[in-house]
Design a protein around this ligand. Structure first.
Ligand SMILES: NC(=O)C1=CN([C@@H]2O[C@H](COP(=O)(O)OP(=O)(O)OC[C@H]3O[C@@H](n4cnc5c(N)ncnc54)[C@H](OP(=O)(O)O)[C@@H]3O)[C@@H](O)[C@H]2O)[C@@H](O)CC1
Ligand SMILES: [K+]
Length: 505
């Protein structure tokens, strides 16, 4: 499933019309008809349906929906929120069809009657604005949208909740708080941004007949779906041995933070790694063993419970390495991080304190011949880039793409919608997971899963996207009956991995 900006959607529209030869009025008919079909299960025969129509093609979809519902004997009222002369082109054509079929249009371009109409309605179909909204809402639309939000109605949005921009990095006044949104052809970027996603309510994609193959030329952004996990996650070969599933090294830990690295080691083994070695300070080894008897250890030189400087490690025997968890932020651990990134001739996952250390030395990454995988949350991303957290949250796709291309890294920007970006800027969004993961230790568990995934026979980006999916899905399964979002701990997620792997084996 592709994710689009407004311009990418308009480009798809253009391709369909100019290259495919399909008429815009047919696309609008398809949109309105498909949305109606998807909406009908949510409607009762006695629903009093109010369709709010704006000036653009989103409003045009509203007229098609009005005609289709009227034709099925639903009780429909269309309220046009702009003067007649604003309804043009394909929308005007479909308005006329709606009228020809016996529909009535009420015009209220001042927003004076909206309250009275809302009072009579049980369902609002929001076809005020689609992806064409620009700038601050002009009067009376702010007031109209607020009235819709305060009304005691079920709110069904067409394509996008009106008022919400399709793209990232765009400020907005207000938007319809939809119960459901029927997204045309492809979800828009704002469905995956934490400050706008909540306006969509539940959403589903409706197809209107755009040429599917063209999406790949228009956008390099996709949702990583459960179907893709089924398709790409390698099955464990019955005749494999521990060497087949990779030997991973985890470097980190300190006397003050022994837990992080223990969780990374355990989650890595629970995710299928053949062998895991932990390079850490001597004094934390017994506590890690008590959680994870299967790991082996490399005691590193240390002082006062913290790793001291570069170490004599043979990186060549590992298939992948993870560094940073619970390591501390001393100059000594910074030196070790730099050394490992320079010398390791296998994929390296850099997390937590490892990210802190490289933020002043990002050029190092450009020199690596093997993949570098960085796993920041927005705070760490802010440190890596010097961009404020608020801006990272507002336009994560663009910032992640620029960073990955510049430093030639695979970036996993963590959040409610974790984005995996490859060095060419291609992106996959993970949609599993819940707020129970917003806790210390979640990142350590994810690093362990990723370490294991990158050592299994699958493409690197698939390994990373699958790792994010599995992590989130384990948490989703756990809150269904055993835990809640409140009490869920990172260690529970490790225990929950079994439920996910069983589904895919
Ligand atoms: N292939 C597809 O994807 C298909 C897409 N389709 C549908 O088309 C939709 C996109 O249509 P669109 O381009 O006409 O934009 P849309 O949002 O309906 O209208 C914008 C209108 O709002 C107005 N306006 C703007 N900003 C404003 C503001 N701040 N405050 C107040 N007013 C403001 C602006 O008015 P103006 O500024 O021009 O006076 C303009 O007229 C898309 O979402 C989907 O539903 C389907 O029909 C078929 C195929
Ligand atoms: K809308």
């Amino acid at each position: 499933m592709h994710i689009v900006t407004a311009n990418e959607m308009y480009e798809m529209d253009r391709v369909a019309m100019e290259k495919g030869g399909i008429d815009g009025r047919i696309l609008m008919e398809n949109a309105g008809r498909s949305i109606t079909e998807s909406m009908i299960p949510l409607l009762a025969k006695n629903s009093r349906i109010l369709i709010l129509v704006g000036a653009g093609n989103n409003g045009g979809d509203g007229f098609v929906i009005g005609r289709t519902l009227c034709n099925q004997r639903f009780h429909v009222t269309v309220l046009q929120l702009v003067p007649d002369e604003k309804i043009r082109g394909d929308a005007a054509y479909h308005k006329q069809l709606y009228i020809n079929f016996g529909g009535k249009v009420h015009v209220d371009d001042q927003g004076k009657e909206i309250a009275a109409f809302l009072k009579e309605a049980t369902v609002v179909i929001d076809a005020i604005f689609g992806i064409g909204i620009k700038g601050k809402l002009r009067p009376p639309f702010h007031q109209i949208i607020e009235a819709v939000n305060q009304s005691n109605t079920v709110k069904l949005s067409v394509d996008i909740p009106s008022g919400i921009p399709a793209d990232e990095g765009v400020s907005f006044d207000t938007g319809v708080w939809a119960d459901y949104t029927f997204v045309i052809e492809a979800p828009k970027m704002s469905a995956f941004l934490q400050h706008t996603a909540k306006y969509y309510g539940k959403w589903e994609v409706v197809k209107i007949g755009l040429p599917l193959a063209s999406f790949d030329q228009v956008t390099a952004r996709k949702v990583w779906t459960e179907e893709q996990v089924h398709f790409t996650l390698p099955k464990r070969d019955d005749y494999s041995h521990k060497g087949t599933h990779g030997k991973g090294l985890i470097v980190g830990g300190s006397r003050e933070m022994p837990g992080s690295i223990a969780m990374t080691a355990l989650s890595s083994l629970r995710s299928g790694a053949g062998l895991v070695s932990v390079g850490t300070v001597n004094e934390v080894i017994p506590s890690i063993v008590s959680h994870c008897a299967e790991a082996t250890f490399i005691p590193l030189d240390s002082e006062k419970g913290v790793i001291t400087g570069s170490q004599c490690l043979d990186y060549s025997v590992y298939n992948a390495i993870a560094i940073g968890m619970g390591m501390g932020r001393s100059e000594d651990t910074a030196e070790l991080t730099r050394q490992l990134i320079k010398e390791a001739n296998c994929p390296v996952i850099v997390d937590a304190d490892g990210l802190y250390h490289i933020s002043d030395d990002l050029e190092l990454l450009k020199q690596r011949e093997f993949p570098s995988i960085l796993t920041p949350h927005p705070g760490e991303m802010s440190r890596l880039t010097g961009i404020p957290v608020k801006e990272i949250i507002s336009k994560p796709f663009r910032i992640a793409e620029e960073f990955s291309k510049t430093y030639q890294v695979h970036l996993i920007l963590k959040g409610p919608f974790t984005i995996v970006t490859d060095p060419k800027g291609k992106q996959w969004v993970n949609t599993s997971g819940n707020a129970g993961l917003a806790k210390g230790g979640s990142g350590d568990v994810l690093s362990g899963i990723l370490l294991s995934m990158v050592m299994q026979p699958q493409l690197l980006v698939e390994a990373l996207a699958n790792g994010c999916y599995i992590h989130g899905k384990a948490a989703d399964n756990l809150i269904v009956n055993k835990h809640s979002k409140q009490d869920l701990l990172a260690t529970d997620v490790i225990q929950g991995l079994a439920s996910v792997f069983r589904t895919f084996s």
